[in-house]
Ligand binder design. Sequence first.
Ligand code: PGA
Length: 220
Amino acid sequence: MKYLIANWKANKNIQAANEWLDIFLKNDLSFIRGQVEVIVCPPYPLLAIVRERLKRLSFFKIGAQDVSFFPGGPYTGEVSAATLAGLVDYVIIGHSERRQYFAETSRLLFQKCRQALDQQIEPIFCVRDAADVIAPQVRFVAYEPIEAIGTGQNESLAKVLAMKKQLHLPHEAKFIYGGSVTDVNLTSYLTSPAIDGLLIGAASLHSESFFALIKKSVLV
Ligand code: PGA
């Protein structure tokens, strides 16, 4: 089973999400079952609507892009794992944009993982290189080199595989690559048995191009 993770980042509102879903759901999606798990990660306010509209399709899962390191309680503006429970299956933790713009440290990211796991939410733990420490309990690790994110300069398969050897992956963790994945380069990664899935930003924002990626991933 391969994993395709759509990271919408801080894009879309209700109208745009519905348009994405309207177009996406016009496709015959039945071929995806058993081949690929597709994890859609919209901004918090759109989680419920995306979940509602994809819920009859078991091969779609929903992910949040972040979670509070606090438990629920008096933390204005935070979204706790307890709030996300029942709404999402996964949560992206430690994306380089959060490390960079919100100064998130390994210690804080470990706390986020603990909060998520306590609520049976699966962390997708992102690292930029081998210097980022991986929380030991995680089962999904996404390697996203900074130079490759949003630049069109995807990292070569050879380099991704070399980095995989340097990372201290938890036992049996799934290994995900992210950074400028497109329909042109997706196959090169997915043909490698060492890569379990892809984290896709820009190419997931248009439903037709994302659908094209899914179709290609099934053909691998
Ligand atoms: P990108 O983003 O596909 O636009 O490079 C990937 C990510 O940051 O998760």
